[in-house]
Design a binder for this molecule. Sequence first.
Ligand code: FE2
Length: 271
Amino acid sequence: MALLTSPRMSVVRLTQFTDPHLYGGEHESLRGVATLPSLNAAIAHAQTRDWPPDAVLVTGDLVQDDPAGYRHFRRVFSALNLPVLCLPGNHDEPRAMQRELAGEPFVLGGHVDLGRWRIVLLDSCIPGSASGALSAAMLAQLEESLAGAAGRHCMVCLHHHPVPMSSEWLDRVGLTNAAEFLHAIDQHRNVRAIVWGHVHQAYDSLRKGVRLLATPSTCAQFLPHADDFAVDPRPPAYRTLELRPDGTLLTEVVWVEKHSGGSSRSASSAA
Ligand SMILES: [Fe+2]
């Protein structure tokens, strides 16, 4: 397990980029968006605001079923000179991901301690399936990470959504054993937030004092509340997270508009 030291131990700042869906080809597109240029634009945008964070977080679908995309991922994220906390999504190829992203600055799973916070990285992928589940081993790892947090506040990260998104097609490909996962979370009083990707849209709610956050993709988005698959024309986005030593957090989804930077900022109450 990694222990990273933060130059600002009082507040931990993370930037989440999720679902970049990279290909081996630099100009290949998914749903009309060239995914590598779009990721580069999102990172460049983030670098103009409060940069650098203490680490960046990528919650799955690093590539679009194309292991050749990992070399672009490695090049782009290595250049940031920051820890890159990663977990896989249903479009990733786990073996290739482990091979291509071995070693620093990449952390692939487990947990990372930053200041007064513990960031837990879970693999919720089921080979060959768009939906997800946490294996018994992964649930045991979660339990161990939360039980051993030694007074730290915990943020738990995974790819698949553990609560319904009010979108029939998406809710068929969520976390199939969400009840087990949430039961495990409920056994601990130190979880402040659960963060995921997969749904390509912004979501922010509270469950039993735990902040639930989904983040739009750095490429194309899905239309919220749609029962059938539909693309949302909203632009690429990323999320900033400011984790405070008292367990509260401030977070913002930043939309990478061509001419203006729209964002939605919201603070949590103490969890
Ligand atoms: Fe995705």
